[in-house]
Ligand binder design. Sequence first.
Ligand code: PRP
Length: 184
Amino acid sequence: MDATDMGEDLERVLVEEERIDQRLDEMAAEIDRDYAGENILLVGVLRGAVMVMADLSRKIHSRVEMDWMAVSSYGSGTKSSGVVRILKDLDTDVHDRHVLIVEDIIDSGLTLSWLKENLEARGATSVRIAALLRKPDAVKVKVEVSYLGFEIPNEFVVGYGLDYDEKYRHLPFIGTLAPKAYGG
Ligand code: PRP
C-alpha cells in the first residue's frame, strides 16, 4: 500500500518510511547497549505493534524471544474508553525475565501503564517500554518510556500498524487521516 492507494483519505505524511527505519536503528542500538549480555523477552501488543516488532526486532543483536498479548482499550472509533482487558495472554512465563513491551503508540497511556503493572506483578525482573509514537497532548496517565521513536501531535494517525476501523495498517509510513475519512 502507498499514499496513492489512500486517495483523499490521507491528509498528509507525518513520519516517512525512511525516518521510521533510521529511528528504529537508533532505538535498537540503545537497546543492545542497555541489555548487553541479557536475554530479552519482547512482548508485542497486538495488533498495532506488529510492524514495529518485526522491524525493530530484526535490528537488535542481543538474544531475544518474542511473545504477544492482545488487549482491548478501544472500539472501532477514535476515542479511548479507558477500559483495558486481556483478549490474548502471553504463552511465556515472565518470572525472572527482562521484558521489553513493544508498542506502536501511546495515546492516553492507559494501556501501557496497566500492562507494565500487570507484567511486573507476575515477577518480571524488569519491564521497560519501547514505543514508536507518543502523543504528548493526549497523555492521561504518565508512563515511563525507555525507547521512544517520535512525539507526534494529537491528530488521528494511521499506517505502519495503526488502523482506522481495521484499515490502513499496511501503509508503510505514518500519515494523518483526513477528518472526512472518519466522519470528523
Ligand atoms: C492502540 C495502540 C495501543 C493503545 C494506545 O491499540 O496499539 O495499544 O491503543 O492507547 P492508550 O495509550 O490510549 O491506551 P488498539 O486498542 O487501537 O488496538 P490495535 O493495536 O489492535 O489497533
